[in-house]
Design a protein around this ligand. Structure first.
Ligand code: ATP
Ligand code: MG
Length: 228
């Protein structure tokens, strides 16, 4: 009989590194895994015009990170709402933590539940590849499904495959904002990696496309969590 250990996973990757696409693919393969994307959470709040959304929109438009404590509270509330603050739940975090401060706050929230992060996967994609990819990225605003006009175009041009609704550019996928996001990512990356390397849970997967990265990532997760 197979037995499974809980997966409490963080995905680190530059904007456009494929965090969203790769999470979706991993979730499709590993049925006990569910995810939270803080970027998606914030965009949903903006769409509903809530107080959180109003605070978030200015930061997102300019490509800046929201304050650590604000984000840590938002994430912890979501974990609690989903009933994932316990040692049995499996989850994948996409877009959190973004700073070492957030990593520390997350660890403080999980510690009392004996549920610390047990895998941090760094997606290492060359910056030139990322820049090119962002220029071609379109999304379906309702579902956050991502398309790339070059690599995975929609079946009907500029329409979502599932709903047929029109695709859109993300407000922060323009060259100026993108530069801010990218340089911010690399600035914060080192301290986050140090934090998780100390805990012994950091792994890095390199590749130019999600098709190259995905099988490596899947194997790593299976090797680490599925014992026969
Ligand atoms: P991609 O979706 O291509 O991986 P990304 O990582 O830049 O790109 P999101 O994760 O969707 O995009 O985040 C979009 C924006 O939301 C960020 O630029 C930032 O302003 C805000 N944001 C999301 N998560 C956090 C976080 N953990 N801390 C601070 N700000 C955040
Ligand atoms: Mg994302």
């Amino acid at each position: 009989m197979q037995s499974f250990n809980p997966i409490r996973m963080v995905m680190l990757g530059a904007p456009g590194a494929g965090k969203g696409t790769l999470s979706r693919r991993l979730l499709a393969k590993i049925s006990r895994l569910s995810s939270i994307s803080t970027g998606d959470l914030l965009r949903a709040q903006i769409a509903k015009n809530t107080d959180i959304g109003k605070t978030a929109s200015g930061y997102i438009k300019s490509g800046k990170l929201l304050p650590d404590t604000f984000m840590a509270n938002l994430l912890t509330a979501e974990l609690s709402k989903k009933n994932w603050l316990n040692e049995k739940a499996s989850f994948l975090l996409d877009g959190f933590p973004r700073t070492a401060g957030q990593a520390e706050q997350l660890s403080k929230a999980l510690n009392p539940h004996k549920a610390n992060i047990n895998l941090v996967l760094e997606l290492d994609v060359p910056p030139e590849v990322i820049l090119d990819r962002i220029a071609n990225r379109w999304i379906h605003p309702g579902s956050e499904r991502v398309y790339n006009l070059r690599y995975n175009p929609p079946k009907v041009p500029f329409k979502d495959d599932v709903t047929g609704e029109p695709l859109a550019k993300r407000a922060d996928d323009n060259p100026e904002t993108f530069k801010v996001r990218l340089s911010q990512y690399f600035e914060e990356l080192k301290p986050i990696k140090q934090f998780y390397a100390k805990e012994g849970v950091l792994r890095t997967v390199s590749g130019e496309t999600s098709d190259i990265i995905f099988p490596k990532m899947l194997k790593l997760v299976e090797d680490e969590f599925e014992r026969h």
